[in-house]
Design a protein around this ligand. Sequence first.
Ligand code: ACO
Length: 398
Amino acid sequence: MHSNTGLDGVIAADTVLSEVDGEAGRLIIRGHTLEQLVGRCSFEEVLGMLLEGFFEPEGSAPLARAIGAARAEAFSSLPQVDARLLSLAPIEALRALVARLGDGEDLATALRLIAAMAVFTAAVVRLRGGERPVAPDPNADQAADFLRMLRGEPASRAEIAALQRYLVTIADHGLNASTFAARVVASTRAGLASATIAALCALKGPLHGGAPGPVLDMLDAIGTAENAVPWLEQALDRGERLMGFGHRIYRVRDPRADALREALRVLGAERGRSSARLALAEAVEAAALELLRRKRPQRALDTNVEFYTALLLEALAVPREAFTCVFAMGRVAGWIAHAREQVVHGRLIRPQSRYVGPRAQGDPRTVEDPHGTENARGTEDPRGAKDPPGRSTSAAAT
Ligand code: ACO
């Protein structure tokens, strides 16, 4: 039988970077709780914490300035964007553009990748909308410059602060699927660009960083608070998963959901307007949690980071098809830190699989069972008991 653990509970790396406490709903990044970082640190400061000790120092420029210079360099590699690339989903276009960057293990490669996420995402969104890309300002920080490159005009202080909160909130999160992908590739010594591309591929899926776009689709489809219960109930009865809920590690509320809801609240207060969208989202969240408790009692399912990611990025006027790219802008910090940690302290990641398919003819492990059906000793899969072409069960059993 195929086991289906998804590596649940397996420890595949020791890390000094972050700890996800799924029972307490706590996230620690380099010794600081999420609450101690969000709203107090910039993305660059958290990035600096994550990268600390994993690179040889290069030059004396502060990290924010070095990333600014790297944004200018990334922008200069943009003219090759073609119509075919722009017909792809933004995350696929971003992946293709990152693939044009060279590999390496040094800080310059890392900064180029971090800068490229912001520059390429903004450019792809603008080019898809028929607008010219906006050149970076190397003196701005990543959050402010991204919003300016995206819109063609500076964002407000409140909007920049909200994006800072988002990028800090999602900068690192233990051995999630994309970070694990980055570590696997890094462990082969392929280089930081290769590790980042692997991580982007894993992030794209709707069970991971591809969830927030569908969260908004769900809110649009629900439309009104009164429609939340019937709509969600029908979706669950059809066996669907509610996007923005559930987590492999958290058995309680994802602390990042609260950090982002708070960011939305602060943004709303600073803009001086209450948000009908937020009110709808809170009604949908309450209905979903009640229904999940009732209809999926076997599993503790609570709100995850993607639910409020969707609302925050929408409030910042990021187009929903580009949400995963903005996730990558923040998470690239964790990918690179983990990739370097794997190279510096780890070994080649090479687990084993357990073969549950049919045995080869003449395999001494094949036994004849008393009921006349062939099976293999130990780890049989009833679905794998089919004979290979040209081989009969009776012949194989002899
Ligand atoms: N809605 C309804 N049911 C759910 C949900 C959900 N959101 N999540 C899990 N379940 C159910 C599953 O159907 C399954 O039930 P079953 O055993 O009766 O089939 C049970 O809970 C366990 O599900 P698993 O897939 O084993 O849980 P896993 O730990 O692998 O999944 C995951 C975690 C992928 C996040 C899941 O909860 C999910 O699909 N959520 C929706 C997508 C989403 O929000 N993704 C973003 C995650 S956060 C991030 O990656 C940044």
